[in-house]
Design a protein around this ligand. Structure first.
Ligand code: RNT
Ligand code: ZN
Length: 415
């Protein structure tokens, strides 16, 4: 334990904060790391297909993972540089199989190697249905399609993905969140807004008809404001899924990039949790649009973390990351995002919330603001350093990533 931590602990003690307890609490928080940062959301099922469905990974930094083995190796490198125990979120297109099943015939066995790996590494797994980058999604409509063949294809895919999620949960004895996001919508103003939403509701009812054991599985639904090619109308809007999830007891997924730029996810959590049992966060960073930049320690991330800690909500809110930046080293992108999320949580854990609540209750708004600003220059970095040290993770992690890049990533040819 270094001197700076000892001093910092003293300073925090003076304002009523127990830094050892904060570090212990942070060690218990798992974050779900998105596998798709490692290969620009390509997956392994259909190797010749590029990303479509209103989302885009921009950049061509060398070293993209091309096989499940490479992707796992990259994630291992990243996870070794992130303190604590975490989860990995997979998409259906990351199936590891030579059989080439289409999305409507996926089975748990196509993910057996992932489960084996997760067991070996002590990781939890989360899952996502994949309803993009596929010929049957090209019309712009999947679960809300008026074409019954297309709609039922995707219903079948979604049902199977839930079974795979439940298999993850059972095998790993750790509840899997399976998240559903679709890009369905119109580029230009539609005449019929209701029809696609009625069909989406019907599809969801079919998908969720079979109850899965809640100990092992949780369904989550992710809305969106707009995408490329769905600028004027998105079928699965926030109101749509909010209504559906509340009515059927599903979890709502809040992606920080899926709202109007001045709307804040941090301000939605306490409202939604009154009416829905659980939430999944897709922590992302929108820059002017849903650009999926690497998560950094910005104001909104801090505010989200504070909401979770102040409200003691961690058993009801699942934290997942969602971004994919192909313009920088992809392993570094994971490490930066994961560690930023942890730093935000640490800052929240180091807040003397009861003193602040007291000021607020007493109507001392000047005191509340002054106190919050003073907290920003408290020596939290020393606590972060101790957290890394205690968990055997280097503070200065970038040299390790650079070495891995030189030894491994640089030798991967793009194709
Ligand atoms: C897209 C959604 C969705 C995807 C991932 C790959 O806007 O955020 O969550 O990013 O499923
Ligand atoms: Zn998302």
């Amino acid at each position: 334990m270094n001197q700076s931590y000892v001093i910092a602990r003293e300073q925090y003690r003076d304002i009523g904060v127990d830094t050892d307890a904060a570090v212990a609490a942070l060690e218990r928080i798992s974050i779900s790391m998105q596998c798709w940062q490692g290969d620009d959301v390509r997956g392994f099922l259909f190797r010749d297909r590029s990303l479509s469905g209103g989302i885009q990974a921009t950049g061509n930094y060398p070293g993209r993972a091309r096989t499940p083995r490479e992707l796992r190796e990259d994630m291992e490198v990243a996870l070794r540089l992130v303190p604590g125990h975490h989860r990995v979120s997979l998409h259906a297109i990351y199936a590891d199989t030579e059989e080439q099943p289409d999305l409507d015939s996926l089975e748990p066995c196509h993910f057996a190697s992932w489960v084996e790996w997760a067991k070996e590494k002590g990781l939890g797994l989360d899952f996502n249905q994949t309803l993009f980058s596929h010929p049957r999604a090209e019309s712009g409509f999947t679960l809300s399609s008026a074409d019954e063949g297309i709609r039922s294809f995707w219903v079948e895919h979604c049902k199977r993905a839930r079974e795979i999620g439940a298999y993850f949960g059972r095998e790993l004895n750790s509840r899997c969140v399976t998240n559903l996001w679709i890009a369905d919508g119109w580029k230009d103003t539609p005449i019929d807004r209701a029809g696609p939403r009625q069909r989406l509701e019907r599809s969801l009812n079919e998908i969720y008809a079979r109850e899965l054991d809640p100990r092992y599985h949780l369904d989550a639904l992710e809305s969106k404001l707009f995408g490329i090619g769905s600028e004027s109308y998105v079928v699965g809007s926030h109101e749509f899924y909010m209504g559906y999830a509340v009515k059927h007891g599903k979890a709502i997924t809040l992606d920080t990039g899926h709202f109007h730029p001045t709307e804040q996810v941090s301000n939605k959590i306490s409202a939604l949790l009154l009416f829905t049992p659980e939430l999944l966060l897709h922590v992302s960073r929108p820059v002017r649009w849903d650009s999926d930049h690497v998560v950094i320690l910005d104001d909104e991330l801090r505010e989200i973390a504070h909401e979770l800690i102040r409200g003691d909500l961690l058993d009801r809110v699942h934290i997942g990351l969602d971004y994919f930046d192909a313009s920088i080293n992809r392993v570094a992108a994971w490490v930066i995002g994961m560690r930023s999320m942890q730093k935000a949580l640490l800052l929240a854990l180091l807040e003397p919330s009861s003193a602040l609540k007291e000021l607020e209750r007493a109507g001392d708004l000047t005191g509340r603001l002054a106190y919050l600003e003073n907290l920003k220059s408290m020596p939290w970095q020393a606590v972060w350093e101790w957290f890394c040290e205690k968990n055997g993770v280097p503070l200065d992690w970038l040299p390790r990533v650079r070495r891995y890049e030189m030894d491994v990533l640089a030798n991967r040819e793009a194709h």
